[in-house]
Design a protein around this ligand. Structure first.
Ligand code: 13P
Length: 290
């Protein structure tokens, strides 16, 4: 199946009180495992590359070509979106679109809201001409993601409404979540989440979902969150599995058992998350995504 924009997937998930899982690609093993889990379970998936590590991954053209090739070679029929996570400039977002990404995030969260809205507006016009979905951020997700460091700033309803007017497809309203590990229990503002969902009528995106307890994930889904981003937890289970496999190695130089342990750990985590997001198996069932 061809790669698709995220718009209809997220809208269908929202109507169904579910959320599409967004999982970050950190190397070939991540991508292959994500696609295989999506296919095995019949679940739509968003595979994403963080703008911060795009050169490490080989660049936009390489990734867009590679994802398409892998989808074809592995005979993936589950719906797959290729998404740019935290696009750091309008130019980078355009490069991703030109390379063949089907969804982009423009992250203007460090800018004054007027500037963030104006640049997002440009992105929306270019992206929609190319049938690419757009996510924008208001407020600021805290923590550290691939060296992108931010303090928490809760999104306001007023800013969210200004951003919604650009015609974006999904809104990352920062409401207390952080990228990376949490210190203590996450403090999400669900009252504000409900107010933003009602005022904008947009599906909301939960960034920094690694480490958010299941009860809060469920509450976020019931409050209008329809896309949930996971990176850190995948890397945590991968690192633990690889470390264990290296330590258990008695002799020889065969990397396969070590890398396989990493893939298995990723697969298990992704399936668990898809289940928690109520999306597992949904492309096999009644919901139409295209
Ligand atoms: P975590 O690294 O905390 O899972 O956050 C992922 C994310 O929000 C990517 O945009």
């Amino acid at each position: 199946m061809a790669l698709i924009p995220a718009t209809k997937l997220i809208q269908a998930a929202l109507a169904d009180h579910a959320a599409i899982g967004h999982f970050n690609i950190n190397g070939a093993d991540w991508l292959e495992t994500y696609l295989k889990v999506a296919q095995k379970t019949g679940t739509p998936i968003i595979v994403a590359t963080s703008d911060r590590i795009i050169d490490f991954l080989g660049g936009f053209d390489f990734i867009a070509g590679y994802v398409r090739f892998m989808v074809q070679a592995l005979h993936i029929t589950a719906p797959v979106v290729l998404h740019l996570d935290h696009g750091l400039s309008v130019e980078h977002v355009y490069q991703a679109i030109d390379a063949g990404y089907t969804s982009v995030m423009f992250d203007g969260s460090k800018l004054p809201i007027e500037e963030n809205v104006a640049l997002t507006d440009e992105v929306v016009r270019y992206a929609h001409q190319h049938h690419v979905s757009v996510e924008a951020e208001v407020g600021s997700v805290g923590g550290n993601e691939n060296g992108l460091i931010n303090g928490i700033r809760y999104a306001s309803v007023t800013d969210a409404v200004k951003m919604a007017a650009t015609g974006i497809d999904a809104l990352a309203a920062a409401l207390g979540s952080v990228h990376g590990d949490y210190v203590g229990r996450p403090n999400l503002n669900f009252e504000r989440m409900a107010a933003i969902a009602a005022a904008t009528k947009l599906p909301l995106v939960l960034h920094g979902a690694s480490g958010i307890p299941d009860d809060q994930i469920q509450q976020a889904i019931q409050t209008g969150t329809a896309k949930i981003n996971i990176n850190t937890e995948v890397n945590t289970v991968w690192t633990a599995a690889i470390t264990k496999a290296v330590q258990a190695k008695r002799s020889g130089h065969d990397p396969q058992p070590i890398l396989l342990a990493g893939k298995k750990a990723i697969a298990q985590l992704v399936e668990t998350k898809m289940k928690a997001f109520h999306i597992l198996g949904k492309s096999k069932r009644s919901v139409t995504f295209e």
